[in-house]
Design a protein around this ligand. Structure first.
Ligand SMILES: *[C@@H]1O[C@H](CO)[C@@H](O)[C@H](O)[C@H]1NC(C)=O
Ligand SMILES: *[C@@H]1O[C@H](CO)[C@@H](O)[C@H](O)[C@H]1NC(C)=O
Length: 390
């Protein structure tokens, strides 16, 4: 029998991505477009505009929002006015507060059930960090294989699947007044479907794309993760291994600890664990076409609010010599689905004996490389010191 005594260590994906929409008012008399195939375009308005009561004339006018006035979706860090991001050098702590409230109860601070420890995201912390992407100089600087590898590979695939969609939206749907749509604009509309669904419950942007468009979008998202912080990135495994090692240490020490990191760390962690190992494609997922038989499908691993939970199990031993004994096992719960480790599933319910898991973590270290060496750091980089019990 499986005896789940302590589902404990936990990573919460805190989705902080923010989409900002800027409207331009330099063509207020633009004609309305009413395409029966794009009814949703005419039914979309800006939910963020303050003081809005009901709809206003231009809310329904897609040309007003898109037409020739671009760029109509801007990244917030390109805006000159203060955005929703915290000011430079500041961090928002509320997310962790809210996490603690949900996990330990609203009175966690008063009853001292948990203490808040703030870990800076600065370069000099070396390996003693929750944000290895910010402390690995080679990852930041390597223009070909580093952080930018993700967007570069994404752009290659965007160029494969998006022009046909833009063509359809402009020509087949009688929207020639829009002129053209760039790859980024169409990709932005697809992202908008997700972000708006999250914030408003539904999004009319979802309706203008076909099922095949969505399969391509899913693949495009897989590519950016794969090459930015996944198996296609030579730094990812070493970055994710730091947290994996620290958490493994906690798992060994007993059932009473928990840790949480942010969503940007899920891909390196998944890579360090080798849980989505793909013998056919790793480390080159094609950018020229979508491959259906890939193992790296991140939509179910890193969706909005995605999370990975390491569950430490204590189970009776099966050994005849010691029938009353107990043994610790690990299993990985990804968004409420138990995902067996491909290399270790001999325990109850396809779990991994904790002792064996420790060996795999050591083995992965030699495969992914030492953080300091991989990242080009010369001094002693240390290790994660702040994840500990009590
Ligand atoms: C586009 O316009 C043409 C010519 O007016 C018309 O025949 C066609 O039905 C229109 N298509 C759509 C999708 O509105
Ligand atoms: C791995 O974690 C342990 C704690 O369990 C720590 O003592 C050790 O230094 C870590 N190793 C590296 C290379 O970070």
């Amino acid at each position: 029998m499986l005896n789940v005594t302590s589902p404990w260590a936990l990573i919460l994906s805190l989705l902080t991505a923010i989409v900002s929409i800027s409207y331009y008012n330099n063509n207020p008399s633009a004609p309305e477009i009413r395409s029966p195939h794009c009814a949703s375009w005419n039914a979309w308005y800006n939910p963020l505009r303050s003081g809005q009561v009901g709809y206003q004339a231009n809310d329904w006018n897609i040309l007003y929002h898109l037409g020739g006035n671009g760029p109509w979706i801007e990244k917030i860090d390109e805006l000159e006015t203060p955005g929703l991001e915290p000011p430079k050098g500041c961090v928002i702590d509320q997310v962790h507060m809210h996490f603690a409230s949900g996990f330990f109860g609203l009175d966690w601070a008063k009853t001292e059930k948990a203490a808040l420890e703030i870990i800076p995201e600065t370069l000099e912390r070396g390996a003693d960090t929750l944000t290895p992407g910010d402390t690995c100089p080679k990852y930041i600087e390597d223009p070909a294989k580093g952080h930018d590898n993700g967007v570069n590979m994404l752009a290659l695939f965007q160029d494969v699947y998006i022009p046909a969609i833009a063509e359809r939206l402009i020509n087949d749907e009688n929207n020639s007044a829009l002129g053209y749509l760039t790859n980024l604009e169409v990709y932005g509309m697809q992202e908008m479907c997700g972000f708006e669904t999250l914030s408003r419950g539904s999004s009319p942007w979802c309706d203008i794309f076909t099922h095949d468009d969505w399969e391509n979008f899913e693949y495009a998202r897989d590519l950016i993760h794969y090459y930015r912080a996944g198996p296609g990135n030579p730094y990812a495994g070493a970055m994710g291994w730091l947290w994996l090692n620290a958490t493994t240490g906690l798992l060994r020490s007993g059932p009473e600890a928990g840790t949480i990191v942010h969503d940007g760390d899920i891909a390196p962690l998944v890579t360090a664990m080798d849980i989505l190992k793909d013998p056919k494609y790793d480390p080159f997922l094609p950018t020229t076409h979508r491959v259906e038989d890939r193992v790296w499908r991140t939509s179910s691993v890193m969706p909005m609010g995605g999370r990975i939970v390491f569950e430490r199990l204590t189970c009776p031993t099966s050994s005849a010599k010691d029938p009353s004994g107990e043994e610790a096992f690990l299993r990985v719960n990804i968004n409420d689905k138990i995902v067996p480790l491909p290399y270790c599933k001999s325990g109850p319910g396809l779990s991994c004996p904790l002792k064996e898991f420790v060996d795999h973590v050591e083995r992965r270290r030699s495969e992914v490389g030492d953080f300091g060496e991989v990242c080009g750091l010369e001094k002693d980089v240390g290790y994660i010191t702040f994840l500990r019990q009590g």
